[in-house]
Design a protein around this ligand. Structure first.
Ligand code: NAD
Length: 462
């Protein structure tokens, strides 16, 4: 029986980052993973492969729409789908192998197989049981379908099946206009599929700033995505060669049906804790089935901790990573901490959407007096040169102190630009601090500075 200071269950971004940090802090560490490769959902069937397909399909879009304008003549390329999938698989392989290398480098044992916890202090993997002073559950999440809808991962698919379709469908229905639905919906729309997105709410991307969501919707429409909001999906059924989806429009209860070659169910995810033996341990769950923890990621059972998608909070790889580092530091006797007020969210469509901190809605609700500084990418020279001038940066600041409370970006590289504001927020900065910082010209980041200037005496280029 091998003995460890820490055994981490799950090697997704939460688990592998936690294992690496534990090892770096001198703890003897193992990580349990049942998949053939490390990296969890994110690296194998989530963030990374979807980014490969988003990148490839965006290149096609550029070739079809912008090359000629720049004097690049010739027919736009056609899609070799098998090659695109193999490019995606290659990207997955490079990333998952990278984690294997990091495990070796940090002397972390990979316990191959699906783990369970027979009692605190023990982790069983296959026929072997290992001892651990501390156990960290980082087993992630799985797609949650709608009642009565059976996923076959061929015709009715989750994001996993959507990343490995045998061919580009002619018609695709996406249920749910959240992050997954819009990222993968836009991939297939760019590759030529007729995509209809059905969303229960009246707005796409729940939780995102209302003004951003509205502009984002019209940009997606321009790219060919047909988005129906207020549509409650009742059923989705795989027939012989296609699928049928029935939905009701909430405004008038009218019933509608649509058919398609593929239906992507993107209605959220739920914690994945199957087989861990949590019931027998008496480990406390929240009402939503997440593992309940205290502020130090400690569960109701001594010696067992949990992080990432299995606990409360946004299901985001980087939130899990930060919790992984924080719990490692706590186990090593340090003061690990995550600032949940500054966790960015990004949608990797084109243009991208990024947000951090408060929205106007949440500020209004809390009654806090705020000011808005906004700047359109139309006023940004670099964006105009790159056919990327759609969208804007919006910074929300305290009306009295100018302290940054939140930011929302729709535009090119929004997912990278948001971090300037995250760092500023971590330092408790005012918009004026960004406004007085020299930004290289010509860059997209000048739009962030202009929005910060707009919180004060006004931007220069609008
Ligand atoms: P989501 O919660 O983002 O969106 C689900 C959408 O489905 C919601 O808009 C909801 O109103 C809608 N919906 C639910 N029931 C419906 C019904 N009956 N008919 C029509 N619409 C319905 O969920 P997701 O897109 O599946 O993503 C799952 C999780 O994974 C999220 O927490 C997301 O943040 C995370 N994720 C993040 C990224 C990223 O950071 N870029 C990428 C992929 C996934």
């Amino acid at each position: 029986m091998a003995s460890y200071d820490v055994i981490v269950i799950g090697s997704g971004p939460g688990g592998y980052v936690c294992a690496i940090r534990c090892a770096q802090l001198g703890l003897k560490t193992a990580c349990v993973e049942g998949r053939e490769t490390l990296g969890g959902t994110c690296l194998n069937v989530g963030c990374i492969p979807s980014k490969a397909l988003l990148h490839a399909s965006h290149q096609l879009h550029e070739a079809q729409h912008n090359f000629e304008k720049m004097g690049l003549k010739g027919k736009p390329p056609s899609v070799d789908w098998a090659q695109m999938l193999s490019y995606k698989d290659d990207v997955i392989g490079q990333n998952t192998k990278g984690i294997e290398f990091l495990f070796k480098k940090n002397k972390i044992d990979w316990l191959k197989g699906w783990g369970s916890i027979p009692e605190a202090g023990l982790v069983k993997v296959g026929d072997e049981t290992h001892k651990a002073k501390h156990i960290v559950i980082a087993s992630g999440s799985e797609a949650s379908s709608l009642p009565g809808i059976e996923i076959d991962e061929k015709t009715i698919v989750t994001s996993t099946g959507a990343l490995a379709l045998p061919k580009v469908p002619k018609k695709m229905i996406v249920i749910g206009a959240g992050v997954i639905g819009l990222e993968l919906g836009s991939v297939y729309a760019r590759l030529g599929a007729e995509v209809t997105v059905l969303e229960y709410l009246d707005q796409i991307t729940p939780g995102i700033d209302t003004e951003v969501a509205r502009s984002f919707r019209s940009l997606l429409k321009r790219q060919g995505l047909d988005i129906v909001t207020g549509a409650a999906v009742q059923s989705a059924e795989a027939l012989k060669t296609k699928a049928k989806v029935a939905y009701k429009l909430r405004k008038d209860d009218s019933e509608h049906t649509l058919d398609a070659d593929v239906v992507l169910v993107a209605t959220g995810r739920k914690p994945f804790t199957d087989g861990l033996g949590l019931d027998a341990l008496g480990l406390q769950l929240t009402k939503r089935g997440q593992i309940a923890t205290d502020a130090h990621y400690k569960t109701s059972v001594d010696g067992i901790y949990a992080i990432g998608d299995v606990i409360e909070g946004p299901m985001l790889a980087h939130k899990a990573e930060d919790e992984g580092m924080a719990v490692a530091e706590i186990l090593a006797g340090q003061a690990g901490h995550v600032n949940y007020g500054v966790i960015p969210g990004v949608i990797y469509t084109h243009p991208e959407v990024a947000a951090v901190g408060q929205t106007e809605d949440s500020l209004k609700e809390s009654g806090r007096a705020y000011k808005v500084g906004k700047f359109s990418f139309m006023g940004n020279g670099r964006a105009k040169a790159n056919f990327a001038a759609d969208g804007f940066v919006k910074i929300l600041v305290d009306a009295e102190t100018d302290r940054i409370l939140g930011a929302h970006i729709l535009g090119p590289s929004a997912g990278d630009l948001i971090h300037e504001i995250c760092v500023a927020m971590e330092f408790g900065a005012a918009a004026e601090d960004i406004a007085r910082t020299c930004h290289a010209h010509p860059t997209y980041s000048e739009a962030v500075r202009e929005a910060a200037l707009a919180c004060g005496d006004g931007p220069i280029h609008s």
